[in-house]
Design a protein around this ligand. Structure first.
Ligand code: NAD
Length: 483
């Protein structure tokens, strides 16, 4: 029998008010493997009301930072207990090899919860000297209060990990949440919410409403009792969310797309740079916001480097990720398959040289071969636009200044990588990148204690580390007259 998933509202699994359902499709064989409740504005209202009650009067509102830290640590222990189960849920939903989420996503989720447990007692206010009030002395101090009910809207590419970027930090800050997972990947969010109940979080603190972005996501963003929207996804949806949230004065954090440069200088350790660039291109089928999909290579090594990268692409075994020896599964959904192939066709039509991969053969399953273009320029769509698939575009430069200019000539500003053995150059180039994070001789360093977020079309705000936890608080001033 096909599995069916229900919303998780106020600690109970419930159907949608109109009994609507979504189908979940396996990208390996294009077969429906489960269905999920597809929510309505009414379901959103029930979940937000439960979250609002816990925040302003329920058992959660009475817990202090020490209690919240204990609950977060217990949740981390339960996620660790269910590591394989959670990794397999996320892997199956998008056709990914389960090894990647077992090694990367779920350990990062556990680390996020443990790091946030540490912040729960550290969200301090300040005592601020002032000029007093009408000639009298005052004592002025600030306190950090939870921002309110949060809508956490999550994409499909790394569902559990991204959910915990939001949920760990907001729970540390004392907020409550309604999670809206993507249409394709609701299962790990539901399991996380059930683990919250098992850990002892009061019912209603963590809720999950599944469904279509334009319905459930929009209703959450417009709900008067939602104070903050924490969104990860495409720039297009991010812009819509800003428009909905603006007249309602909601706080908004946006983690959006990227077209991140990997700059390879001729003094880089060649094999490390090839391996690192390939990893930055092909992890999770290239469906990574920080994918290093613009490879900028110094001209004198460009041909040798492009050929080595193409060789690395050709050596990747693509197929059903449950089979031994397969390193790369299909892309996550039909729309993604069509999008990636459209860009590959466009790259060829624009005149870039195809060194590996190419347009997919129509077979069952949404498989795309790792693809490398060389001899491209920065005006081509394959150099400017986010493809979100295993496609890399090699561009060339001659000088350090040219590399910096080329890297920054992008509407995105999420991440960058610099491959060089020259320490001074590494710091100079890293300092010149207009992005949120730079890896030097390592692609996209992600850690629960580091802030993460982008500039320009890559978004607004930071998640992770102390800034991530503080973003779920409001700093309130209290001034006491001392006559
Ligand atoms: P998407 O924008 O289509 O969907 C993301 C989520 O938003 C889904 O849950 C969707 O249902 C919901 N949504 C869609 N329209 C909405 C609306 N009008 N109102 C409210 N919610 C709405 O993105 P996607 O295809 O799921 O994810 C891919 C994108 O996410 C890529 O651009 C990628 O770069 C980005 N991403 C960014 C980061 C980061 O940290 N910067 C991390 C992962 C993914």
């Amino acid at each position: 029998m096909t599995q069916h998933f229900k919303h998780f509202i106020e600690g109970a699994h419930t159907e949608s008010s109109d009994a609507g359902r979504l189908e979940l499709v396996n990208p390996v064989n294009e077969q429906v493997y489960a269905t999920a409740a597809s929510g309505t504005a009414q379901d959103v209202d029930r979940a937000v009301s439960a979250a609002n009650f816990q925040l302003y009067g329920g058992a959660w509102s009475k817990l202090n930072g020490t209690h919240r830290a204990a609950l977060l640590n217990q949740l981390a222990n339960l996620v660790e207990r269910d590591l394989e189960l959670l990794a397999d849920m996320d892997a199956r939903a998008i056709g990914r090899s389960p090894m990647e989420p077992r090694m990367l996503d779920v350990p990062n989720a556990i680390a996020n919860l443990r790091a946030a447990a540490g912040w729960a007692t550290q969200l301090e206010g300040r005592t601020i000297p002032t000029d007093g009030y009408m000639g009298m002395r005052t004592l002025s101090y600030t306190v950090r209060e939870p921002v309110g009910v949060v809508a956490a809207i999550v994409p499909w590419n790394a569902p559990l990990m991204i959910t915990t970027w939001k949920v760990a930090a907001l729970l540390a800050a004392g907020c409550t949440v309604v999670i809206k997972p993507s249409e394709e990947t609701p299962q790990s969010a539901l399991h996380l919410a059930a683990l919250c109940q098992e850990a002892g979080f009061p019912d209603g603190v963590v809720n999950v409403v599944m469904g279509v972005g334009e319905v459930v996501g929009r209703a959450l963003c417009a709900h008067p009792k939602v104070a903050k929207i924490s969104f990860t996804g495409s720039p297009e949806a991010g812009a819509t969310i800003q428009r909905v949230a603006a007249p309602l004065f909601k706080r908004v954090t946006l983690e959006l797309g990227g077209k991140s440069p990997q700059i390879v200088f001729d003094d880089a350790r060649f094999d490390d740079a090839v391996r690192g660039c390939a990893m930055g291109l092909f992890v999770n089928q290239g469906q990574v916001c920080a994918a290093g999909s613009r490879i900028l290579v110094q001209k004198n090594i460009a041909q040798k480097f492009s050929e080595a990268l193409a060789q690395a692409a050709k050596s990747v075994t693509v197929g059903d990720p449950s089979l031994a020896g397969v390193q790369m599964g299909p892309v996550a959904k039909k729309a993604q398959y069509e999008r990636v192939n459209r860009y590959i066709r466009q790259g060829i039509a624009e005149g870039a040289e195809l060194l590996a991969g190419g347009v997919s053969e129509p077979i069952q399953g949404w498989f795309v071969q790792p693809t490398i273009f060389s001899n491209a320029n920065n005006e081509m769509s394959i150099a400017r636009e986010e493809i979100f698939g295993p496609v890399g575009t090699v561009l060339t430069f001659e000088t350090e200044d040219e590399a910096i200019e080329l890297a920054n000539d992008s509407s995105y500003g999420l991440a960058a990588t610099v491959w060089t053995s020259n320490l001074e150059r590494a710091h100079k180039v890293a300092g010149s990148m207009r992005v949120g994070a730079v890896g030097v001789n390592c692609w996209s360093p992600l850690d629960a204690n580091l802030p993460w977020g982008g500039l320009k079309s890559s978004g607004i705000g930071r998640e992770g580390g102390l800034p991530g936890a503080l973003s779920y608080t409001e700093e309130k001033v209290i001034s006491v007259l001392l006559p």
